[in-house]
Design a protein around this ligand. Structure first.
Ligand code: FES
Length: 110
């Protein structure tokens, strides 16, 4: 299933953005011009990651940070490198960009 997320220009460099869709909650990060999309779900307790709307990064904007217990994740692959879910991964979402629009690719729910 292909779902429209946003336009690629809606995500600024070194910034993140959250999305609440009928299909679930997601967030996107842009780093070095590359966009990454994940489920907004911490592998520790399964809760949303952000502490404020659209705020998914640590203060250095170098890592994704869970607001609940501070777990840190690599932007590039979602691997937890510090915190209670060490070595677990955020769920990375595949997507395509067509005419600048980001379409996430989701498995059918049943
Ligand atoms: S819920 Fe994210 S680190 Fe505990």
């Amino acid at each position: 299933m292909k779902v429209l997320l946003c336009h690629e220009n809606d995500i600024q460099e070194d910034d993140s953005r959250g999305f609440e869709l009928d299909e679930g909650n997601f967030f996107a990060v842009k780093k070095d011009g590359i966009i990454y999309v994940y489920n907004n779900r911490c592998p520790h307790l399964g809760v949303p990651l952000e502490w404020q709307e659209h705020q998914f990064l640590d203060s250095d904007k170098a890592l994704i940070q869970c607001s609940t217990h501070g777990a840190l994740f690599k932007i590039e692959n979602g691997e937890c490198i510090a915190g209670p879910c060490l070595k677990q991964y955020l769920n990375k979402i595949n997507f395509t960009i067509e005419d600048g629009q980001i379409f996430i690719q989701l498995a059918p729910s049943n």
